[in-house]
Design a protein around this ligand. Sequence first.
Ligand code: TYM
Length: 345
Amino acid sequence: MRRAVAVGTGVGHYPVPLVTRVFSGIQPSGALHLGNLLGAVRNWVVDQHEADSFFCVVDLHALTTPQDPAALRAATVGLAQLLMACGLDPEVCTLFVQSQVAAHTELAWLMECTVSFGELRRMTQFKDKSDRSDFVSAALFTYPALMAADILLYDTDRVPVGDDQRQHLELTRDVAIRFNSRYGDTFVVPEAVIPKAGARVMDLQSPTNKMSKSLDSPQGTIGVLDDLEQIDKKIKRAVTDTDGEVRFDPSNKPGVSNLLSILAACTGRTPEQTAEGYSQYGPLKSDTAAAVVEVLTPIQQRYRELAGDPAETARLLALGADKAAAVAGPVLQRARAAIGLLPRA
Ligand code: TYM
């Protein structure tokens, strides 16, 4: 296993990168919103320069709810372009589409055989999503097994995600530890990395719900590609409260705390530090709107350039899939051998 070899205790025939490995994923369902950007994608842009980083558009995860095929294809390419517009550089990191690396589905089966029904039943995201859907696929239930496969295939050390993925990451760790103890050291046990500010961006109109692609709340959600004037208006109309005090207190002041978190994430401070500069809601809203617009303006410009060249995007994604498969393949073989599957003669 990569980490064991890296610290000099293992014997192995695997390539041995000594740097930290980062992996994360994002679904191509719904438009990328400010929560995705501040909770995850912005941190990936930094990670790619500090670690051997793999970022994946998880189209197979999107299939857990019914999708229109043409729309899914367009969303997959569009999200890859938007990730590049946000700053992911395919020359620096490995950016790829999940379904183009077959090892993900194969390892997912081994993960389904290692995770228990009871563990999957406890996943709060399954409960939330299944409560809201007429059709609940079996894959929506086993979704965390595929997610564990995504992560474990890359000998991942760190998984930068928003707060809502915490439980899935805990499960991935448990599954990796169980597999290792049943079949011998096979997987690196990964850690979640959750940012201090922006890990849970809330809906601007219902600040006790997280901002989400799937909830129908156009006034409460800021799409990364939304019109900038509309964004300014949405933030200025955000729900606050009546006591008038600017203080970071998510349980008692969810609306104000959400604005402070957004402003803090955009300006690289903590929400508490950010609160010190304000005594009224008006200036807090104006500054938050200005900071968000400042972050989004260059992303939107770059996206318009990239969107004009889908063939180049497809080429870059194919290169990414090749790089990903070269790492995932040996890890999959290691897992197959450990669990007792017969090697091909
Ligand atoms: P997804 O596509 O829902 O979200 C992508 C990333 O955005 C974060 N995020 C948020 N952060 C802050 N505030 C919010 N309101 C908010 N909403 C979303 C998510 O935490 C996530 O980091 N299951 C994953 C995709 C996945 C994955 C993986 C992630 C599949 N395989 C392997 C990491 C590693 C998901 O549905 O993310």
